[in-house]
Design a protein around this ligand. Structure first.
Ligand SMILES: [Zn+2]
Length: 403
């Protein structure tokens, strides 16, 4: 099949945008360019049309999708306590319809794949039939030394259940909740598995000032938080030792708002990525990741919505538009280019899918939509796309029309 559009945004290494471009594909992309050979089925998408790689939401928690107004925003620790208080209710309320709605919202906004952090494994029965590609990160969380064996056994069961579904559209990975919430013995055990099986890892890191203070000094709001549950609570690990554990793995650190230069340098050294969730960070009032610093360290980053536990939407176009408006330190024209990269090629690398750019041999995962009028400056196309797109007209996954 062949599609033709005013603009084909390839997201290839040279960020090539082909005017009046064409793309021939079946399950994979076969050819891309201009004046390509004739095909039996051809569609010209018309005036002001765009074809680009489908978007990828690298980090979500769909098990929290029933949250709308229940959780308390504005302060990280208050939010965390509200999550703990309402977690069970939210999980029970999120069944088939709730997962379907969450996936539908992502589908409408042109998302072909997402990274799901699963803390219980209960979401697997809903996600195994997902029309979108899933990278399923089995999460480990827990600090009580007496519970390490039980938590590890539970993790192994969840991992093997999800690995049974492993295939082109379903990838498995592991998630270490954070440096403050996982016992180091557990960290080591699951990282070992990830290394052996070559699985991608995600870990929340330096999301709040409270986390910074707790890990550096063993003081602050987290001290009070942990003392409710454990006597003489102390942080288990220094942030840099935590990062060091992920050497020789394929890891994405989520948030990193309070990561310092030494830690960013370590993240670069171990070739890890960062997932940036600006709306979530804003709602929990933790501040804004310094993207300029991240760029200075040449660290690749994705942008993700996080779960509906800390966002009002799973629409990635809305998320990158928010990012565009929040990062006033960066020029909108260049930031827009980076943001499109963040939700396509960079996210594909983090989740391990063969998509994220329009190049021969890549999966034909792409979207089409129309801009409201002509773009006079091609250089500004990424910016105009982010400003004017909420939903896509078509979403193709493995060459099949999904929307
Ligand atoms: Zn998260």
């Amino acid at each position: 099949m062949k599609l033709k559009a005013n603009y084909v945004v390839t997201m290839n290494k040279s960020y090539e945008i082909i005017e009046n471009g064409e793309i021939i594909f079946d399950k994979e992309i076969i050819e891309i360019g201009t004046n390509l050979p004739k095909c039996e089925k051809e569609i010209d998408l018309g005036e002001n049309s765009v074809i680009m790689p489908a978007l990828i939401n690298s980090h979500t928690h769909l098990e929290f999708s029933s949250n709308k107004t229940l959780l308390e925003y504005g302060d990280f620790i208050i939010w965390l306590n509200s999550v703990i208080k309402h977690r069970e209710t939210l999980f029970v309320e999120c069944k088939t319809e709730c997962f379907k709605k969450a996936i539908d919202e992502m589908k409408k906004s042109g998302i072909c794949a997402f990274g799901e952090i699963s803390s219980t494994g209960d979401d697997l029965k809903y996600l195994k039939h997902s029309p979108l590609k899933v990278a399923y990160f089995n999460e480990i969380i827990g600090t009580a030394p007496g519970a390490v064996d039980m938590l590890y056994q539970d993790f192994l069961v969840r991992l093997s259940e999800s690995q049974a579904l492993e295939g082109k559209n379903f990838k498995t990975g592991i998630s270490i909740h954070s440096p403050y919430s996982v016992h180091p013995v557990l960290m080591d055990k699951v990282i070992e598995i990830a290394k052996k099986k070559n699985l991608p890892i995600q870990a929340h890191f330096m999301e709040s000032k409270a986390e910074r203070r707790w890990l550096d000094e063993g003081e602050g709001e987290f001290k009070l938080f942990f003392e409710k549950h454990f006597k003489n609570a102390k942080p288990f690990i220094k942030p840099i030792e935590f990062l060091e554990k992920f050497k020789n793995t394929k890891t994405t650190f989520v948030h990193c708002v309070y990561a310092n230069d030494k830690e960013l340098s370590k993240i670069k050294e171990i070739k890890a990525d960062i997932a940036h969730c600006p709306v979530s960070n804003r709602l929990l009032n933790v501040g804004l990741l310094d993207l300029e610093r991240v760029k200075n360290f040449s660290i690749d980053y994705s942008v993700a919505t996080d779960g509906l536990s800390s966002n009002y939407s799973l629409n990635l176009f809305k998320e990158i538009r928010a990012a565009l408006l929040m990062h006033i330190e960066l020029h909108p024209k260049y930031l827009a280019k980076d943001l499109l990269k963040a939700v396509t090629i960079n996210a594909a690398k983090e989740l391990g899918f063969n998509n994220g750019s329009l190049e021969p041999g890549k999966d034909a995962d792409m979207v089409t939509f129309k801009l409201p009028s002509k773009v006079t400056q091609k250089e500004l196309l990424p910016l105009q796309i982010i400003l004017h797109t909420n939903e896509v007209d078509h979403l193709f996954i493995n060459g099949k029309l999904i929307k």
